[in-house]
Design a protein around this ligand. Structure first.
Ligand SMILES: [Zn+2]
Ligand SMILES: [Zn+2]
Length: 179
């Protein structure tokens, strides 16, 4: 979590919030509220059904940012998303030290999440490259990831998928007839 905060300078980790939302699929309002709290959004009441629907739709809109491989497409999608959300950057503190909020002061939770996630992903594209946002390569896994490390680019959503894929590749090499 701390790592992508480095990219965006944002206390709520918009990048990993975006990843978690896309991977949450059809999460319930309760699960979505927990998810947002775990990424330090202030959520002091249960989400409404309407908010949950909006967030699930937003997650579907975010997926192409990870799935598209052509930079121009990623840029188009992100620009369209950023234009669709009220943006009004300002500094805020609320006990965390000064940091940027991207939505208007007092913006509703859902809009804060949308502004924060879209701008977070835009920072990754600018500072690390669009290929740092991807869909897991493991067979049968459609989870997305954001790799903001400085190391070699990652291609799997998790160590579990990476290990599974490594074992599978090893097996299929062994199974292939010698040439
Ligand atoms: Zn804040
Ligand atoms: Zn995976």
């Amino acid at each position: 979590m701390g790592r992508s905060g480095e990219v965006t300078g944002y206390r709520n980790d918009g990048v990993q919030t975006a990843v978690a939302l896309v991977n949450a699929g059809d999460a319930t309002p309760g699960e979505l509220a927990e998810l947002l709290v775990s990424y330090k959004f202030k959520v002091d009441r249960p989400l409404t059904g309407e908010e949950a629907r909006t967030l699930r739709a937003w997650a579907r809109d975010l997926r192409p940012v990870f799935a598209e491989t052509a930079l121009e497409r990623v840029v188009d999608v992100l620009n369209a998303l950023m234009l669709s959300v009220p943006m009004h950057p300002h500094l805020s503190d609320h006990g965390l030290g000064p940091h940027l909020h991207y939505g208007p002061p007092g913006a509703p939770l859902v809009d804060r999440v949308r502004a924060n996630t879209a701008v977070g992903l835009a920072f990754v594209v600018c500072e690390r490259g669009a290929d740092r946002l991807g869909v897991c390569l493991a067979r049968g896994c459609d989870r997305v990831y954001a790799d903001v490390s400085r190391g070699p680019r990652r291609q799997y959503c998790s160590k579990t998928c990476l290990n599974r894929a490594t074992v599978a590749a090893h097996r299929s090499r062994k199974a292939a007839p010698p040439t």
